[in-house]
Design a protein around this ligand. Structure first.
Ligand SMILES: [Zn+2]
Length: 298
């Protein structure tokens, strides 16, 4: 397996640090107001504490704000230490953990676990801050549906994923994955623009959509795929992704959040214990989202 997640933060250390609700709220307070408190209604910098643990009240306008307000921990219907435990399990479990497994381990309703897990996955989505450069390979792959019967790049009921890897001296340094409608240039171009530096050395197969990107990406070269043989690292990554999806992904309805989770973990597998802190910060700095936003329902 390519995924190597951290083992630095043991479950005993975790439990000692975040075993009760107040310790978890302390952590949220530290992250949320790391640059000092500022009232989000009037901007005033002074506050007093309220009776609710971690909540601060502006001494100018009098409005209170909890540690969880405007974060992905807002309005949880279960205790914070359970949220932290789920977060810990989601980021540290090597092959990922399903909502059903979280439900078994934490004792909350399955739907509640899925909703929380999807919030974590939303926080894992790429910010497109650092573009991939150096030596890049790009290809697409199918997921779901029947693998046979549809020739070439027509996908039928299958889902199409564009995959980019940045090669390291040995193996892969970083990856990006995106579900796309089809392998046309209109779909591939935004992916390139979001994730790949214009000067990167890019290798693709002979597909014509890549040919039309050559005017913008001067160092793009096209070689025959030879059934994946010429894209060894990339195809091993795809096998690893599919193995992981089969293990955890029970429905193909919303594929992108699962791709985000896989990429997030893959790209941070050298981070060790810090992966928990990093995702916790993202959860705190991510605006609260509703159930309908997470599940794309009206
Ligand atoms: Zn105020």
């Amino acid at each position: 397996m390519i995924l190597k997640l951290f083992t630095g933060l043991s479950i005993y250390d975790f439990q000692a640090q975040f075993g009760d609700d107040n310790s978890c709220i302390d952590a949220l307070v530290k992250i949320k107001w790391k640059d000092g408190y500022s009232c989000r209604y009037c901007g005033y910098k002074k506050f007093c504490n309220t009776k609710k643990y971690g909540e601060r009240r502006c001494t100018s306008c009098g409005k209170p704000e909890s540690a969880t307000a405007k974060t992905l921990f807002h309005k949880l219907k279960f205790p914070p230490h359970k949220a932290f435990m789920m977060l810990y399990m989601i980021v540290t479990t090597k092959n990922g953990i399903s909502a059903l497994e979280l439900h078994r381990k934490v004792g909350l309703h399955k739907r509640t676990c899925l909703y929380f897990k999807r919030k974590v996955m939303a926080a894992m989505a790429s910010h497109c801050t650092y573009k991939m450069d150096g030596d890049i390979e790009v290809d697409e792959t199918y997921w779901g549906g029947k693998e046979k019967g549809k020739p070439g790049r027509s996908k039928g009921s299958k889902k199409l994923i564009v995959v980019a890897i940045q090669k390291a001296k040995r193996g892969i340094k970083r990856i990006q994955l995106k579900e796309i409608e089809n392998a046309g240039v209109k779909q591939l171009k935004p992916f390139f623009e979001d994730h790949i530096d214009k000067n990167a050395k890019i290798t693709t197969d002979k597909w014509r959509s890549y040919t039309s990107l050559k005017s913008e990406y001067k160092n793009l070269i096209q070689i025959p795929s030879s059934k994946g043989k010429n894209f060894d690292n990339l195809h091993r990554l795809i096998m690893s992704l599919k193995y992981w999806l089969r293990g955890i992904h029970h429905s193909v309805r919303d594929l992108q959040p699962y791709l985000d989770e896989f990429s997030y973990k893959f790209n941070r597998n050298r981070m060790g214990g810090d992966i928990f802190n990093k995702i916790l910060s993202r959860m705190v700095n991510y605006p609260e989202v509703s159930y309908s936003q997470i599940f794309n329902v009206a």
